[in-house]
Ligand binder design. Structure first.
Ligand SMILES: [Ca+2]
Length: 489
């Protein structure tokens, strides 16, 4: 028979073990615990109560009556045995019950555990799958990048290989061209060497020819010199003849002039009253010729040629050239005093001209003739010469005329220079270079006292009778006349 006070306490566990433990409770019930793995089962079983009273009384009855005791003890044993059997049965039932419950629980627990495990495993699996998927994605992206880079590198390698091949081809072509050029150069060098050789031979031949020509030229120059000497001898003979002829004609002319001058001078009533030809003209002497005049403020007489025809007459001639018989390359003293033939070529004299032009205002007229028969004149409304201390400095103003648009007398204020006294503005000596005495500047565009060149020799002469603004610097004129007349004439 089961005691209703039995209590069963069970706790769930995953596995089953077999450990029993017993403890006494304060209520008199015995507590059993079964350890099955991590689970413990606790049972409270009732203990057998005191059935026959105290033992002291029982012993006393044995001592009194042994037979009665024996029967009672047998009964007690039988009771105990039945109790034991009940207990064992109950225990077996309990065990079965526990086992059945445990089986179901265990199955449920196992199912739950399996489900939990599967869930967790699925979660882990899904997480792992997601991670692996991400990793695979990353790997695929990395692989794609690597593939792209490798393809790029391969393309670059291909391009490089193509460019290198092109370059190699170009280099080969250039090398071929260089080789061709070298061949051409070698050919040209050979040609040049041949040409140089020919030139050298030609130069040698030319040198020989030059030497021969030099010898010929020397011979010819010697012959020319001899010819020139012979020509000079013959020309000198001719010139001497001409000079003799001209001297004869001059003497004849001089005789004729002296006769005329004598006749003219005879016409003068009082020569002391006439300082210039204008004065002579004013008293009715209207024939050109040589007249006797007096220097102003003195009684010193001089002779002058008077032109009573040109431009109204009354001109006192201060310079005349027309045949080259008089040498005009004279000294300072001769230009001061005058020289030549009054009736022919002459220079009246700087001192007389200075005295006349300082006494009153004069006009200067210059008449010119070239070798072709053309005539021209230059006229200055004001003309004067300073004294000898001022080197007979010339002053001119009021130019007009036909012998050039501008005056050929050079800069006004030029001093007079001769071959022995240099007052010009040149580093050189113009009188010595150009011949004659003149108001040279440096050396200026005119010189009417230069060398007289005959016809045919009057061109390309820079020291001849020059009037630049009419005939240029290299043309020597045929005839010149310089003459003065008072401005108030
Ligand atoms: Ca000089």
């Amino acid at each position: 028979m089961l005691n209703p006070g039995i209590l069963l306490l069970l706790s769930y566990c995953l596995s089953v073990g077999e450990v029993f433990m017993a403890n006494s409770d304060t209520t008199g019930k015995k507590q059993y615990q079964i350890q099955n793995g991590p689970c413990t089962y606790t049972f409270l079983l009732p203990e057998p109560q005191d059935c026959g009273g105290p033992s002291s009384t029982y012993t006393n009855k044995v001592q009194r009556d042994d037979l009665v005791d024996y029967d009672s003890s047998i009964q007690r044993l039988e009771q105990l045995e039945t109790i034991m059997e009940n207990n064992t049965q109950w225990l077996q039932k309990l065990e079965n019950y526990i086992q059945e419950n445990l089986k179901q629980d265990m199955a449920q627990i196992q199912n739950n555990a399996v489900q939990n495990h599967t869930v967790t495993m699925i979660k882990i699996g899904t997480s792992l799958l997601s991670q692996t998927a991400e990793q695979t994605r990353k790997i695929t992206t990395v692989e794609a990048q690597v593939i792209n880079q490798t393809t790029r590198l391969e393309r670059q390698l291909l391009e490089n290989s193509i460019s290198t091949s092109k370059l190699e081809k170009d280099i080969l072509q250039q090398i071929n061209e260089i080789n061709k050029l070298n061949e051409k150069n070698s050919v040209l060098e050979k040609r040049v060497e041949n040409i140089e050789g020919k030139r050298n031979t030609e130069l040698e031949n030319l040198k020989e020819e030059k030497e021969q020509l030099k010898k010929l030229v020397e011979k010819q120059t010697n012959i020319m010199k001899e010819m020139e000497q012979q020509l000079l001898r013959t020309s000198s003979d001719n010139s001497s003849m001409k000079q003799q002829q001209q001297e004869l004609t001059n003497t004849v002319n001089n005789l004729i002039h002296t006769i005329s001058v004598g006749s003219n001078s005879m016409m003068q009533d009082n020569p002391d009253q006439y300082n210039d030809c204008a004065a002579v003209f004013s008293v009715g002497n209207k024939e050109s010729g040589v007249y006797s005049l007096t220097i102003p403020d003195t009684k010193q007489q001089f002779k002058a040629y008077c032109d009573m025809e040109t431009d109204g007459g009354g001109w006192t001639v201060i310079q005349k050239r027309f045949n080259g018989l008089v040498d005009f390359h004279q000294t300072w003293k001769n230009y001061t005093l005058g020289f030549g033939d009054i009736s022919g070529e002459h220079w009246l004299g700087n001192e007389i001209i200075s005295k006349l032009t300082q006494e009153k205002q004069y006009v200067l007229r210059i008449d010119l003739m070239d070798w072709e028969g053309n005539t021209a004149f230059s006229k200055y409304e004001q003309f004067s010469l300073d004294g000898e201390k001022q080197n007979y400095r010339i002053h001119l103003n009021g130019y007009s005329g036909t012998a050039g648009r501008t005056s050929s007398m050079g800069q006004p204020g030029s001093d007079f220079s001769t071959k022995d006294i240099d007052n010009d503005k040149c580093v050189c000596k113009c009188s010595q270079m150009l011949s004659g005495g003149w108001w040279f500047d440096a050396c200026g565009p005119s010189n009417l006292n230069g060398v007289y060149y005959q016809q045919g020799q009057n061109t390309n002469r820079f020291n001849g009778i020059k009037w630049y603004y009419w005939k240029g610097s290299a043309y020597s004129l045929k005839a010149t006349t310089m003459m003065i007349r008072p401005s108030n004439f």
